[in-house]
Write a protein that binds this ligand. Sequence first.
Ligand code: MG
Length: 394
Amino acid sequence: MTAPIHATPAAPGRPAGVAVLGSTGSVGMQTLNVLSGLPERFQVAVLAARTLSPALLAQAERFRPDLVAVSAPPPPGVILPPGVHLAAGPDAFTVAATHPAVSIVVAATSGHAGIIPIVRAIEADKIVALANKETIVCAGELVMSLADERGVSIRPVDSEHSALWQALDGASPEAVERLILTASGGPFRKFPAEALANVTADQALAHPTWSMGGKITIDSATLMNKGLEVLEARWLFGVPLARIDVLIHPESIVHSLVAFIDGNQIAQLGLPDMRLPIQYALTYPERLAGPWPRLSLATQGMLTFEQPDCDRFPALALARQAGEMGVTYPTALSAADEIAVEAFIAGRIRFTAIPEVVRAVLEAHRPDGPLSFEAIFATDAWARREAARIVACS
Ligand code: MG
């Protein structure tokens, strides 16, 4: 982390206010699970989701936040619990992320819609616990320099980046020889190339070790998820892409490693349970007791590692290329992937067409000027249209 790290700022004896953006998603629900175990430390001040669903209403009833924020118009006649305010509309996530009762924003939405609320949270000096990949993949250069400028800390929630953060323990990028991100390899790790063309969405959605949302599970099966994580690691830790490796580790126990210039390597281990990195991001620099099951290496037995196969899983190399080309190429990559994954889940393209769609969009992309938020959003819209066009023609 290049930004100075602040301790969680709560007045003594008063719990810190937390905004959970994307509270009804997988990471959002696990965040609420962690927060419900630490009521003396944290108060759920804001819940935000796309729609005012029964799940969000149940969360509002249980946690009684100051604010519930939804980006879609709420259904008529819905009544929130007493004392809970409602913000609705396109700016609702920004209102949520900058709410005065909030000191920590857990950014657990997926997609490009997460970027602006996170930028506003940084400008409002909130601590950001970041699970939204697009913010750093697309806008890492802009967001990290803004965070540096404001002295705001961005704490990774993704298990691999949490592992790197913990293993680095404040070491400078110059002390790092390599960052090594582990990947489970997904459900098709052992599939021959010919068989990959015929795998179904149901097969791809059955992740061997992690339980996650649909998009990220497909991205894990193509290894695009790992490619996006390499791009994130570069900005989060200030280490060049050429010094970031991927290592397949099917058991998902070693969550990543740092190889230092003196030959020492430090790894972080744990059961594949998102509540561990979520709680660490919330309580940093403290470690508090957690009620979850413990890793026993004796019970676990063998841990195995292998090189990723970039021929069968070309998404990894595509992500790296997009990162090397810079500017808005990572945005084009991530937006095209979102459309291609949707088309695969809907049965409109084959599994192996996902990276082909992404490659075609990258090849057609022509960045327009230097990196800016405007350029990112324009590229995002263009890449979605271009990917949809390619899907329709295939
Ligand atoms: Mg991850």
